[in-house]
Design a protein around this ligand. Sequence first.
Ligand code: SDX
Length: 429
Amino acid sequence: MSETTGSFSIGDHKVDMPVKTGSIGPSVVDIGKLYAQTGMFTFDPGFTSTASCESQITYIDGDEGVLLYRGYPIEQLAEHGDYLESCYLLLYGELPTPTQKVDFEHRITRHTMVHEQMARFFQGFRRDAHPMAVMVASVGALSAFYHDSTDISDTGQRMVASMRLIAKMPTLAAMAYKYNIGQPFVYPKNSLDYASNFLHMCYAVPCEEYKVNPIFARALDRIFILHADHEQNASTSTVRLAGSSGANPFACIAAGVACLWGPAHGGANEAALKMLEEIGRAENIPKYIARAKDKNDPFRLMGFGHRVYKNYDPRAKIMQRTCHEVLNELGKKDDPLLEVAKELEKIALSDEYFVEKKLYPNIDFYSGITLKAMGFPTSMFTVLFAVARTAGWIAQWKEMIEDPGQKIGRPRQLYTGAPLRDYIAPDKR
Ligand code: SDX
């Protein structure tokens, strides 16, 4: 990183502030001393122009549609690697050697079981509880079962908590699904790879042998890679802010799960599929495009647009290919939902409203069709997103905790409320 000094005049103030330049991407103005020098704050709701931290994990170029994990393009990682390799890369900064990969897979595999009493924890939920509600609760509850890895000042405990979270998220997700459909929980099998183990825990039943479809396992593993990290998105920023107070990693990841649930964020895959089902047929598309453009209508095209990507989300292209692979495997290459999605994409991308606002399909546009075809109910789509994003959340949390300069996040505000005034007795109001 390099640093120069920028001179800024703000009202009657002339202030010099450091300008920092990273390895790639926009430089930043360090405004840490702005309030002390001017008595003013910056104002940036939604953080459209604000860098919240320095990071070396993931880089996005929204104009070019580029996504790098530790410098490696997502296209190459999705093509040649697997999810646990990407987890290792995000956590430790380098691709694992064959020996390191075997050791990492071994460590993750042996943390996939959850404390047996967690099964009783699930019994408290209604069967029809949304699986994301169950995930928010059960991920947070991990801190009630694994006290020996909640001390964030202990490097060893941080590592064990990281392994436990990456390893146990699929188990909890599968338990949430099984509980929702009234089937018995299925234990993880150490002989299966990460994605196959998750499919087995979701779809196996005690009455017969369940054989994992390798096409589905490969597709799911690639979906996990695509969703693993994405710079300082809303849920990752939530995890960092929660972690900045010293909260234990299980509680921080539970906060990330809660934030991801929103339809503007990770909940968009569930919302996008429901939207495609509501549109139903290609002839209905113009009506929905008109609604998306109508400022008086809160309706938005779910799976379209992005805060950072003002070009095609590179993950969406890989997601679309994966969608075709799964549908072909199922003999459903003419899936009506896919037809509606392709037609909607074509119309939207040629519509001046979407072109002018640079609204392109994002990762959530095709993921729902793929997951539905693989047998997951829409209520499980964001759960799978949370499983995958745990690697990124943990890597970003680890980077923050290990940053010697980190301090509790505590933003200020622009106050426009009532100035000082005296209490009014009830009979005088
Ligand atoms: C994810 O941040 C990440 O990296 C997130 C994520 C990750 O991996 O972590 O990539 C995952 O969350 C992907 C995004 C999933 N969400 C959706 O698909 C929901 C639909 N999209 C929108 O809600 C919206 O595009 C956001 C929330 C994604 C981005 O919103 P911004 O950046 O705050 O942009 P905006 O709302 O200010 O929109 C800019 C303009 C507005 O019009 P004007 O007020 O300027 O006239 O574009 C319009 C918006 O009305 N617009 C849309 C639209 N998205 C934005 N209009 C119609 N349909 C849409 N989908």
